[in-house]
Every structure is written in C-alpha cells, then in structure tokens.
Design a protein around this ligand. Sequence first.
Ligand code: DGJ
Length: 736
Amino acid sequence: MSELISVSKDLRFALGNERISYLFQVSAEGLLEHLHFGGAIGVADDYPAGPQRVARGAVSEFAGVKNYNLSDTPQEYPTFARSEQRHPALHVVNAAGNTTNTLRYLSHTIVPQKPELKGLPAARGGHSETLLVTLSDQLSELRVVLSYTVYQQHDVIARSAEVFNDGDATISLQHALSSCLDLPADDYELLHLRGSWAREFNVERLPVPGGRFVIDSACGLSSNHHNPFMAIMQRGASETHGWVMGTALMYSGNFSISVERGEFDSVRISAGINPFNFTWQLSAGESFVCPEALHVFSEQGLEGMSQIWHGFIREQISPTQFKDVARPSYLNSWEANYFEVDEQRVLELADQAVDLGLELLVIDDGWFQGRNDDSGSLGDWVADSEKFPRGIDAVASDVKAKGLKFGLWFEPEMVSQNSDLYRAHPEWVLGVPDRQPSLGRNQLMLDLCRADVCDYLYQRLDSFLSSGQIDYIKWDMNRSMTEIGSAVLPAERQRETAHRYMLGLYALLDRLTSKYPNVLFENCASGGNRFDLGMLRFMAQGWPSDMSEPVGRLAVINGASHLFPPSVMASYIGPTPSHQNGRPSSLHMRRDVGFFCAARGVSLNAVDLRCDAEQLQAAVALYNATAADVVHGHFRRLLYRDNEVCWQLSSRDGERVYIGYFQILAAPNLPQKRVYPRALVATANYRLVDSGAPSRKSIFSGAALMKMGLDLRQVEQSNSTPGGDFRSWFVTLNRL
Ligand code: DGJ
C-alpha cells in the first residue's frame, strides 16, 4: 500500500506528503498532462482546475483532436511538433530522419526503493516512493521512462528520464531534458545565482519575461556564470511569505534551466543537459539516462524554500558518513605561502596550528615536482624532491604526530605540457584534430571520456591515499573546456564528449570515495566554478569562492545560501588587506562572516599567525566549540541590504541561536534599527551573550525577541575596531 503516491483507475497520479502535492493525468489521447505542483490538496476524484480544450483560432490541433492544442496544454514530458511549439523536453531525430515523435502512456509502476541513476549522482531515497511512468512512440520505436520520487520528510520531487531506442537503427538525441514543469498563466518572478571568479552567487531577481529566459553553461562545468538552480515564485514573495518553487539540477557539466512564458502566458520550467552543442547517438537497444532534477515547493517564502533545500541536501545528498560530522577547523597553506611550501614551512605552520587550537593542516598547491608557479607541473603527482625530500607521507606523519589531521591539494583533471604525463600521452588531452588547444591557467584538460585516463588518475590518487596518512583532499579544477573533442570518439559522437567526460569524472569520484569513505573531500574549481549538487553527492563540502575578503564573501555566502546549507560550505580567515580586492578588514569581521560556514579555518602566513595569535586563538576556540551546531544548523537570512547583512544560525535543537550583523560602510547619525530573530520558542527565555560586551548578559523571551526585535545600536559600541567601515556584531542567544 503506497502512502505517498496514489493512482486512480482513470490514470490520475497524485504524489505528495502533508505539505505538497504533485498531480498529473493521462489524457484521452494518452498524453501526460500536468495538473498541479504546489501546496497539499490530497487525492480527489476531480479537481477544480486543469487543462482545458479551448478553440484558439489559427492554432493547430493535436492529431485532429478538436481544440486540443499542445502549446496550450500543460505537459509532463513534451516533444516538439504535433501542435507543441514550445521548447520540448525531448527532441529526437528518429530513424526516419524527422523529429516528429509523440510519447503516449504505456504503463506505470511504484517502487519503494529509489532506483539509482546509471552513472550519474542522485539523491538518496530515504523515506520515499518512486513512480516510474513508461511512455512510448510505437512508430518511432522510442520509449521513455519518467521517474518521480516523493519524500515523506522533504518537500521535494526528484525527477529524471531514461530514453530507450527500441528500434534497429541508431537515432540521434538532439536534446533530452530531465524535467519539464508547466505552470498556469500568472504573474511570476524568478531568482537565480550568477557571477564570475571571486564574485560568485550574486542574486538576480526579475519578473518572468515573455519569451524564453535561459541560464546555462557550455564550458564543460556547471560554472560560476550561473549556478544550476532557479526559483520561480509568486510575484512579491518575500523571505518569509508567498509561495516559491525551486529547481536544481544534480549535474556538474553543461546544463540548461529555462523558463518560457509563451503566447498564452503559461510558464514552462525546463531543466537538463544543455541542448546546445550536444547530440547523442543512441544505438539500437541502448538507453540514455538524464541527470536528476529536483523541484521543491514552499509556502513560506524564500527562507522556506532554502530550509527545504538545506535539509534535503544534508540528509539525502551529502555523503552519509559526513553529513552529521562537525568539520575540523583548518589551516590552509594557500594564502599563507602560495607556491612556497616546503617541509620546514609546513611543519612550522603545523606547530602554529596546534598552538591556535586548529585541527587540520592542508598543503594546498605547490607541493609537487617543479611547481613553483602556475605555469606547469600538473599531471605527474610526485612530491617535489627539493621542497619535500622525505616525500609527503613523512611530512604527513609528522603533522599527524602533532595531533593534527592532514590534507593535500590535487587538481587531478589537468595536465601541463611540461609534464612526463603529457610527454608520454599527448593524446590523453581534450582537443580536436589540427587545432592548437587553448590553454587555461597554462594547462590542458585530461580526457576523462577515456578509461585509461581515469584508471591512471585513480592509481595516482590511490598511491597517496593508500598510506592512510591523508584525512582530507581538496579537489581543485581551474579551467573550463575549449576545443571540446575526444580522440576516442568517432566524428558523429564528438558532441558527446562533454557529457562522457562527466560520466568519467563521476565514475572516478565514485571509485575513490567508495574506497576511502573516511577521507573528507572538498570540492573546488577556482572557488565556485563547479559548486553544484552533482559534486556535493561525492564531496561533503566545497569552497564556494576564492573571495576571502569578508565583505565580498558576504554576498557569496548570502547568494549561495538560497540553495546550499552551511554544512557544505567552507570559509577561512584570510590576510588583510585582501589579496582579492585590496580591502582591509578586522579579524573580528573575517571571523564572523566565516562563522556561518561549517568548514572554518585560517589561511595566514607564519608572521600574521604570530601577530594575531591571541585573537586567532579566540576565533578558533569559537569555531571548534560551535562546529557541531553549524553543521546541523538552521540558517536564515534576516537582512540583506546594500549596507547591512544579518544572518541567524540556530543549532538543530534550537538551544543556541547565533546572530551575525554586518555593517559594510560606516555612516554617522544612524537610525535606531532592529533585527527580528526568527523561529525561536515564544515562551522560552534566552540569555543574550554579546561577543563585543561579554559582561552584558540580558535575558529576553523568545516572543519579545521575535516580535519587538533586537536593537542594533550595540554595533556602535561593541565592535573591537573603533568606528570605521566593515564592522560586525556577533551575539548568541542561549535558551534557558
Ligand atoms: C584555486 C583555488 O580556488 C584556490 O583556493 C587554490 O587552491 C588555488 N586554486 C591553487 O592553485
């Protein structure tokens, strides 16, 4: 007996839990028509709204059925033509050479275990049920299985599709999307996250325009240009009010999420692999699996949506062995020493890390043979014999003997031309015949479509990991794809390269993380150039941006938090003035901004570490004491304005609530402002502990804090840096 999915005799499908419903039906003609995605409405014999057959003048009718115009009909997995003129979910050149295909309902089944997606990362099932609906076009000998998973605890529908070629001839997929969601005509707004290097995750919000608005990537990684995430919401929805629907794709390569408002104002959200520069030759008897698309729905505004994403990512996507584990505080060598790392410096840093109370020492870039700058040396992965004459294992063992964990940086997907690897295997790089490959950060990309390349990388990493000395790996990736082609693919399959690369990468990550489940992997791609749910399925945390200056990082974390929970984000206290934008900042501000990420650390050189030792010790003590609260914590954006930001993080049990208020530029004669904490227990009392005025300990009720708000004037008196720009105020509310 199914709890979460019900199917009526006349083939109406109702998926949902106590808070959301997803409904669709099979039309008399066998097409899958969408009925509703939104607040829970339970199962009924009939519904007050749904697709109508409307006479539309010049518009065509589907297969001669009177007034059945597919461009005016919400559908689950539309194909093009046959009166559908919007962007379809599936577009196939069939064996006859045309692209006219119609998918009709064939059968369905409900399974209690969420099936795995072959070769692709997918959310875990947990308490969920999955509906598999088979559609087919008998004329084209094309079959599609649509998968819908609905969860008891999470207001999420996970969708994907598998396309089968049941014919005898190869067919060509022009595009095969993961999901299509057709919403009724209304006024909607959209929100997405865009940026570039060191300024990732900027929020852009706009009314859904007429036409098709697309965010996508064609550079071989999900990219920092647009994150594979979009929210569509009721016009005017705020942080806490109005309904919001979020879509995210669990994919790290070329993606596309589009919203199309067509001639009748209905809105279509499509998500999947980017159709641009993609085709897939599907041989007879083969199938193609689309990545997983996730859709969430909240009636509690953007914060409600983010809370759903955060819980879902933590519980169903993050590697299980890390999802509840407090992250170690760390010292990373990058902004401390850049490429100038050697045994002596590392061991000195390790001593300082111990004195400061840090728990993990990470050697970033620069440790391998000949790597003195970013002009070469990638690919061989052998320790530099001058910098580390005893090798990495010996240093790791010394670091660990001091009581620290040990971490190491790799950029496995890359190769430099001046490497033994490239000299031995120039054919192992991505590229196209007779064209000079474009370099990115002076390097080329290995062709992960190739099994021999993936095996080589597995062996190289395994040779380090098998010593058991490595607790953490930072997996970096610092360029995008150009001249996208593979020497192992025939001409007609060249446009499969980018997706085959992703399949190779995911298989490699799966092999490594399965063999070394206790190694903490951190995902990085020049910061947030591949910060997506696909990578986070294998890696418990990621480095969302190279922007370590706190004002710049406020925007990054604030934007990223729409989708990503603190548990998957890393942040460190970097140098001042900032190496990214030259801005000076107090250690107080750097500490407080970093607080809201679960993986917190420091990247400062030996001199700076000594200079600020006392304050750093206090910062690390705070980080260590609160690490468990942050990894499970409920994060909220209380304020995000031009000049001020306020965040709240509550421990899972609600016993401790941390509030950080950030004022960017100083101004005289400020208004008396308040901030309103959320989700406290109205009847409980909370003791306010002010990090800037430790002697001041006041007790307030939850109701007073939420309804009256908390005075922000303290920021003037409490900041350890007197006056000036870039100030933070950090308080804790301890429930009594
Ligand atoms: C880019 C990363 O984002 C940085 O943190 C650092 O690891 C460098 N690469 C090293 O080359």
